[in-house]
Write a protein that binds this ligand. Sequence first.
Ligand code: NDP
Length: 276
Amino acid sequence: MKMPSKKIVEVRVGVLTGIASNLPLNVRSKDLPLNNQVALVTGAGRGIGRAIALQMAQLGAHTVLCGRAKKALEKTAAAIQNAASEPEPTKLPAKSSVIECDVTDLGSVESAARQVERTLQRLDILVNNAGIGSDTGPLLELDPANWDEVFNTNLRGVYYCIRSFAPLMVRARSGHIINISSLAGKNALPNGAAYAASKWGLNGLTYSVAEELRAHNIRVSVICPGSVNTEFSPHTGKNAEKMLQASDVAHAVAMIVTQAPQSFASEILLRPTQKP
Ligand code: NDP
């Protein structure tokens, strides 16, 4: 059996313990687990997407930052750059690109895919993170326009991204697609039915396309976190410190993309250790 080199094992330990910032002092970019890989994260300008993007860059990937607000994406790019310019010997590669992209617009997503193909020629990891919540309240009072907005972002947007980016992976016979769903896609969510339905739909999409793409050596996984401490929704009455943090979701993504080639963690449910 071929064992991974010692240095890669060290890096993986850093990732798996959630302390990727404590990478071994002597690590060089070529030793990083995602060296030479390209990762694209939607909704990378804030919250969970930002944390995932930083984590992917820290593991050595060239990270493509997508979202609608260019300024927010540029701030994530600057954070990646700053992390990389720490004094030697911890210097890590600073590789990221910003692409403005609205996942609800097929033309915008297809244009982003063409840009990735033209400039980077490959895509190894696609993280479908962009998502919005629905208006809070009973379904009978929900504005149909809000229903459309939620489904167009959380479900149609993921379909558009898979449709546009997966061909690059099929061609390479390799890749990871990771969809950020929610425990609301596993449970009932009274007063959030549209959001829950979009995430139940996303889970169904994930399981089905995972089977379709398995033959192409592409692993399609879903992560379902409970409430995460971001700007996504008010967390009234919750202890923010006990809540899941964006970095916890990033850690789960890191685990998925650093698995051995024969292993496929298809679904991760993420809960806080103690109820916040
Ligand atoms: P935030 O609201 O902090 O961030 C959402 C991100 O999605 C933003 O970067 C936003 O960027 C982007 N986005 C929204 N609409 C679009 C669009 N049409 N096209 C491109 N990007 C878009 O939310 P979180 O970081 O908390 O959530 C990220 C994901 O995690 C979502 O899918 C959410 O459903 C899921 N999740 C969140 C939980 C939580 O409690 N926070 C719990 C479980 C799951 P911009 O506006 O610039 O386009």
